[in-house]
Design a binder for this molecule. Structure first.
Ligand code: NAD
Length: 365
């Protein structure tokens, strides 16, 4: 088995606590011969600012570029509220996304049976939920120019954001969605607003063309993004893979996330373009939540989002599908046993610490 290189970037706050559980998991998998991971660590966020005066150093950025996958914890906290804007903790995350060219953000929303009662929706609506939102991450209205506030001189100002998409940006994210659908239930819903936005017209056109040319075996639906939001809370189980732009993806993935309960349960992956020679993609895996300063350092953080993010790395960067399934099954099993960190605590649950939850998942493996 060839060595696989990981870079672990725990970051700040609970990031460091939940990353310990991933290190324990890697040690277990390596020692039982299931993997042969080599890993290095680096600093990102506030801790990197304290050490280097930047949210990520060039040396750690080099390590990230060389790694087969980056495993990221969380950054930020009140300690760094007043650092210069370009050195704020989130700048480390944004630089990683930019320099690694991570244009595809994958956010699964899976409802673990033991947590179906914790959803804000009725149990029968979320039970068995397993959807994947594929969000375009590097284009659209968050990056389009012009982006400015102009003083109109008559006591009025004008704010401008520009929604812009080129064919190649839609093409590559659509391909990621179709490829992923083939590994799941083989269905893609493409969400845009072609009724009122030119970018939606082009999005619809490009997705339709790529589907016809290369992915006709995948079932494709087009859905207006506002209807998609409604359908997500009405009948989320109708979806398999949803592909959408940066803005709609931001909103739809947060809505889908809450169907499943706590922030502490939600993993994500961000993928870049396929290398022409190796076929590998640059990739970063991270929980959706932040550094949770309110509970940091107390052993209260739920490590499941972090461990499930690592499972996504096994699945998407290393094609260790069976092992990823096993880790996800181990998470489901500890939840079935009633083990709960504070954020997902329910009547009758057994309250555990971050380390106890991590140990229990490894024991199930
Ligand atoms: P947050 O996600 O850190 O916390 C929101 C709430 O959820 C808190 O009550 C927290 O205790 C709880 N929570 C989050 N993750 C949890 C876990 N794994 N287990 C148990 N409870 C958990 O969001 P916030 O409070 O808005 O932000 C805190 C800091 O994190 C800020 O500095 C913010 O900028 C940063 N942040 C970073 C990221 C990132 O690194 N990707 C994302 C969001 C926010």
């Amino acid at each position: 088995m060839a060595k696989q290189n990981l870079l672990l970037l725990p970051g700040d706050g609970i990031g460091t606590e939940i990353m310990v559980e991933v290190e324990k998991l890697i040690a277990h998998l390596n020692s039982t011969g299931q993997t042969d991971f080599d890993y290095d660590s680096g600093l990102v966020g506030g801790c990197a600012y304290d050490a280097h005066g930047a949210a990520i150093s060039d040396a750690d950025m080099e390590k990230a570029l060389a790694a087969d996958a980056v495993i990221f914890g969380a950054v930020g906290g009140p300690k760094w509220d007043d650092v210069p804007y370009e050195a704020r903790p989130e700048a480390g995350l944004l630089r990683l996304r930019k320099d690694l060219g991570l244009f595809a953000n994958l956010r699964p929303a899976i409802c673990y049976p033991a947590l179906a009662d914790a959803s804000s929706l009725k149990k029968e609506i979320v039970e068995g939920l397993d959807i994947l939102i594929v969000r375009e991450l590097t284009g659209g209205v968050y990056f389009g120019e012009p982006k400015e506030i102009i003083d109109l001189g008559d006591g009025q100002k004008r704010a401008i954001d520009t929604q812009v998409y080129d064919t190649y940006e839609i093409d590559r994210i659509a391909r990621v969605a179709f490829e992923l659908a083939r590994t799941r239930d083989n269905r893609v819903s493409s969400a845009e607003k072609r009724n009122v936005m030119k970018s939606g017209v082009l999005w619809h056109e490009v997705v339709t063309q790529i589907h016809a040319a290369d992915y006709a075996d995948v079932k494709l639906d087009h859905i207006l993004a506002d209807n998609c939001a409604m359908q997500l809370v009405r009948n989320p189980n109708q979806f398999d893979v949803i592909v959408t732009d940066n803005l709609f993806g931001d909103i739809l993935s947060d809505a889908a996330a809450m169907l499943t309960g706590s922030l502490g349960m939600l993993p994500s992956a961000s993928l870049g373009a396929q290398d022409a020679t190796t076929g590998k993609r640059k990739a970063m895996y991270e929980p959706v939540h932040g550094s949770a300063p309110d509970i940091a350092g107390q052993g209260m953080a739920n490590p499941i989002a972090m461990i499930a993010s690592f499972a996504m790395a096994l699945r998407y960067s290393f094609e260790m599908i069976e092992l990823a399934d096993k880790v996800e099954a181990a998470i489901a099993a500890v939840l079935d046993d009633g083990l709960r960190t504070g954020d997902i605590m329910q009547a009758g649950g057994k309250k555990v610490t971050t380390a106890e939850m991590g140990d229990a998942i490894i024991a199930k493996l």
